[in-house]
Design a protein around this ligand. Structure first.
Ligand code: NAD
Length: 338
């Protein structure tokens, strides 16, 4: 599958976070013996720690740290970014834009280190927002990013960084891979504190209502906005497939589920899992992002013969159970992910 043998060194940036942590585990489980995990967070705050993996605490917006991180690397996966759900990316656009430093220095360091492949985690937020004004949205295909009118801050940073990846292939010959993630969720993700995304936030609110004997749930917006949500196991598998496909070098591709649901439907699934029915209180002034967004998976299906397939009800049940455990642990005064 790859010219990098399993003994080659792979570097995962952002490994203290949700997707980076899951990716380290994914490769370790598949027999990769040399993995370097890097994040700026102190080690005790990492969401997952995998045995026998070299862990470095480095701020990757700094050029020298990126060189240290990439030393000897065969493959580099950049999942480090200052990010969160709508509540975060609508409020902290400067922080989101500043992640451009991470990719700028990481891709140069990877290239200098002679890495064979470089992966960049882009986002569905690169897509033209004018195509997402209706909840009954047409699924977004890869060409819909241009003419560009990306999500302010976060989306523009991703679009610009995608271009870096394309030019490092065209001018310097380093194989780059670019996946546009659509809302990823699952265990070991942020579930509280302001950076969490809708699936985790809604599970937490249902769990909290049950625990406190509440009968209502707060929903951001009117609940009619639509999205698709990809389970973490599909995401890690997709990253592996995209990174190692020679048909996708320097070619942005959707990595997301095609199962479109409204936020109201997402709440109903979480209620069903929790075995409750709550009165819905809509906060129309809260951040809610675009009206509708879905992933067109024709290209990934055609090139890889694969697409994310975990049903939302199945993935959310696993996520709910994990957040419930975290909630219980926090109440008992134990350390939790967030
Ligand atoms: P996350 O916040 O859980 O993980 C990101 C990690 O990057 C964090 O642990 C953070 O400490 C680290 N980081 C931030 N700045 C850093 C720096 N200067 N140096 C070193 N580490 C730094 O987020 P995630 O959900 O795991 O997302 C991973 C990647 O996928 C990001 O690039 C994100 O933009 C992208 N993405 C995620 C989603 C999603 O739904 N989760 C959707 C689209 C794109």
């Amino acid at each position: 599958m790859s010219e990098t043998q399993k003994g080659g060194l792979i570097v995962v940036a952002g490994a203290g976070g949700f997707i980076g942590g899951a990716l380290v585990k994914y490769f370790a489980d598949r027999g990769w013996t040399r993995i370097r995990a890097v994040d700026k967070k102190p080690l005790p705050e990492w969401y997952q720690r995998v045995p026998n993996v070299e862990c470095l605490c480095l701020d990757l917006s700094d050029q020298a740290n990126c060189r240290r991180a990439c030393e000897g690397a065969s493959e580099v996966y950049n999942l480090a970014a200052d990010m969160g759900g709508m509540g975060f990316i609508e409020r902290f656009r400067i922080e989101c834009l500043r992640s451009v430093l991470i990719n700028t220095h990481m891709i140069e360091a990877a290239c200098r280190a002679g890495a064979q492949r470089y992966f960049f985690s882009s986002s569905a937020c690169v897509y033209n927002t004018e195509l997402q004004e209706d909840p009954d949205v047409r699924a977004l295909k890869e060409s819909d990013a241009y003419p560009a009118m990306a999500e302010r801050g976060y989306g523009w940073e991703k679009l610009f960084s995608e271009m870096f990846c394309q030019e490092y292939w065209h001018e310097r010959g380093m194989k780059t891979a670019i996946a546009r993630f659509h809302n990823v969720y699952g265990p070991f993700g942020t579930w509280d504190g302001g950076r969490e995304k809708a699936p985790a936030a809604i599970c937490r609110k249902v769990i909290q209502a049950k625990d406190r004997g509440g009968d209502s749930i707060e929903i951001w917006g009117d609940g009619k906005q639509t999205r698709s949500f990809m389970y973490i196991d599909d995401c890690t598998r997709g990253v592996d497939l995209i990174m190692h496909s020679d048909d996708l070098i320097a070619t942005p591709i959707n990595l997301g589920s095609g199962e479109l649901v409204s936020i109201n439907e997402l709440v109903s699934i979480a209620e069903e899992i929790g075995g409750v029915k709550l009165r819905r209180e809509y906060r129309l002034d809260a951040p809610q992002g675009v009206a509708g967004r879905n992933s067109d998976n024709a290209m990934i299906e055609q090139i890889l013969g694969w697409q994310p397939a975990t049903p939302l009800s199945e993935g959310l049940a696993k996520t709910y159970a994990w957040i419930e455990g975290q909630y219980r642990d926090r109440k008992a005064g134990k350390r939790t992910v967030c």
